[in-house]
Design a protein around this ligand. Sequence first.
Ligand code: FAD
Length: 761
Amino acid sequence: MNYGHGLEFGTFITPVNASPQTPVALARRTEELGFDLVTFQDHPYQPAFLDTWTLMAWVAGQTERVRLAGNVLNLPLRSPAVLARSAASLDLLSGGRLELALGAGAFWDAIQAMGGKRRSPREAVEALAEAIDVIRGVLNADETAPLRFAGDHYSFPAVQRGPLPAHHIPIWLGAYKPRMLRLVGAKADGWLPSLGALKPDELRTGNKIVDEAAAEAGRDPSEIRRLVNISGQFAAKRDGFLRGPSEQWVEELLPLVVEDGVGTFILATDDPRTMEQFAREVAPALREAVHRELPAPASTGKARSAAVRAKRREGIDYDGVPASLAGAAVEPGDIGYARVRSTYLRGGAPGLVLKPGSTAEVADALAFARSHPHLPLGVRSGGHGISGRSTNDGGIVIDVGELNTIEVLDEHTRRVRIGPGARWKQVAAALDPYGWALTSGDYGGVGVGGLATAGGIGLLGRKHGLTLDHLRAAEVVLADGSVVRASDTRNPDLFWAIRGAGANFGIVTSFEFEVDEVKDVGWAQLVFDADDIAGFLQRFGQVASSAPRETTAFMVMGARRPGQPMIAQVYAVVDSGDPEVVVAQLQPFVRIAPAYEPQVMIVPYAAVMAMASDSEHQGQGEPVSRSAFVNAITPGFAETVARQLTSGAVSFFQLRTVGGAIADVDPEATAFAYRDAAFSVTAMGADRHRLDTLWDQLSEHFNGLYLSFDTDLRPQRVADAFPPPTLRRLRELKLRYDPDNVFRDNFNIRPGTPSTSKDAS
Ligand SMILES: Cc1cc2nc3c(=O)[nH]c(=O)nc-3n(C[C@H](O)[C@H](O)[C@H](O)COP(=O)(O)OP(=O)(O)OC[C@H]3O[C@@H](n4cnc5c(N)ncnc54)[C@H](O)[C@@H]3O)c2cc1C
């Protein structure tokens, strides 16, 4: 019986030797020789032994690729709750390289001498079963409530869970007797005996017990990896099992794979020459031999446990995920799902998140998504979309966050290629050493993909325009899976469309930008007394829109709180490193209203972007936001906004100065066409209906809107975002590039013919 596990090899090292560095050196050698795994004995009562956990942490810091495990960890001397937290921590610190192998306990005198509790064989197995539940519970940091556990052997009133590990940490058990083997089948991810401790047939009979227990527990036996510790000696002459030349080892190990389903061989040795010979002569030859015997046996993809499968959503062909994405698919039951389910502002529960690592994989992911036409499809780069359409409920998300490289293509023309998954603070940091910057948004955590396909209204905007004004070419995966280049000369219509309406036309997998020379900038943060809300808004509007182009200023207000003064925060970038220029351009702002502790610094633009946090997305519920462009802050507009802020319906109001270089570009040059406005305004609230009603009352002041700041999915918003001729052209192009409307989940532009396009929505 083979269980379809890819073949892996490891070493098994004694945590003591001539010097404490010897096991570390052996572990490093393990990695150099290409083994998958390095494991260490764990006997915490042995006088000269290094503590295994400390050794593993040290080794993790000294290696880069090889995975680590105790072999097997002595559970009676370790609290399972603390062990789980240690495991999660080391897994995170090592980049997902920690595996857990546990033992129920042996050498009870020694355990008792170290303060551990002596247990009968039955009690030891029961305690291990409880410990597995505790460990899994603590590792399940998706749950926020503390873990309460009341067992016969362990009792925890409230264990704090987490941290969430970097990968699903498998639990393997060192097991020999039926009771333990049944526990493996019922709860573990792997069976790890030492071959030398088994009688000839015990691998087979043990597998049978494990398989039956797995089936009884509703599990697929192939969820359980079969590992064995092996030892032997290389010699010229054949002299017994694993005592002889390399080819004898291969002959003897082969049936263990083909007939007994062993997927992992762990070589117990502290001799570097034995490791080397095994790695050079046994492992590759055994792989080849297995391949000959079982041409298509071993999927290296991860078999999902019954528990994970139970959380699958209706209507998704999970088992049909393309092989290229097998390791890049995150399901609701997977560890790490919490990291990908939501966006910055919106809570989500997608049925499947695919994380392709190349353009070809994006095309595979898209083909898979297209085979589920009934499901929502989200496309995610940085997950900061305000409308949150890069997540969904029960649908598929293609997350291109892994495509995040930043390369300088040509220093002379300042041409830079950037992946959609890069964040703007990474872009700014990468360009800074060249004395360059690419105008982006005001928050360095935002992703390149969503922002660069919609606009990019940022703090260098009045001097350097929109982000998409710097785009010179892009690679796009279209709805039919084809990969095309879009530029002024290649697919120019598509190039026009993705600069403002990109979400509707494909998945951009790389952007080529021409960036600007930007040295240090003036960075100002000002806090004003804005009790006279309407007057403040008008004065800010007047000063900000008449400032020189070097200065781009944004203003934020919250709802008026009873009994508290109204505060306005202004933040601005002056594109000059000359303190005199910076001060001169900011002076008029300081006169708008009484200011509290103005802060002005001369810093690299990258330092402004670097202030964004790196925390994972934990959006909840539905964000409620509305957007518009306005040409001026008129008294009527300012007074209505003041009333809205006072009513409490608007909890966040932002004015961003635009114009300048943004308005220099011909409105027909890109799908982003409302370029003559002076301000982009945004309001957020908690009650969608209330905010929509108030915002719609302001519509006479509006001159278009920026879809990236809006969450109102009524079709009218699309008509507001694009002037009629632009929208007509977009609908015609949509018919050409995405006739089946695959990309529809984020402000959909419906495909239209020239005649149907006349009604603009
Ligand atoms: C804190 C914060 C600050 C912001 N500041 C600014 C700002 O200063 N200026 C500004 O202009 N905007 C700003 N935004 C809005 C932001 O630009 C948009 O929400 C943008 O879409 C986010 O990009 P993302 O890749 O992070 O988002 P995601 O949520 O990953 O994507 C948003 C949408 O873009 C589309 N999309 C994503 N990736 C691709 C791709 N590779 N190809 C095609 N379509 C794609 C999808 O339809 C997706 O639903 C801000 C948002 C937040 C949350």
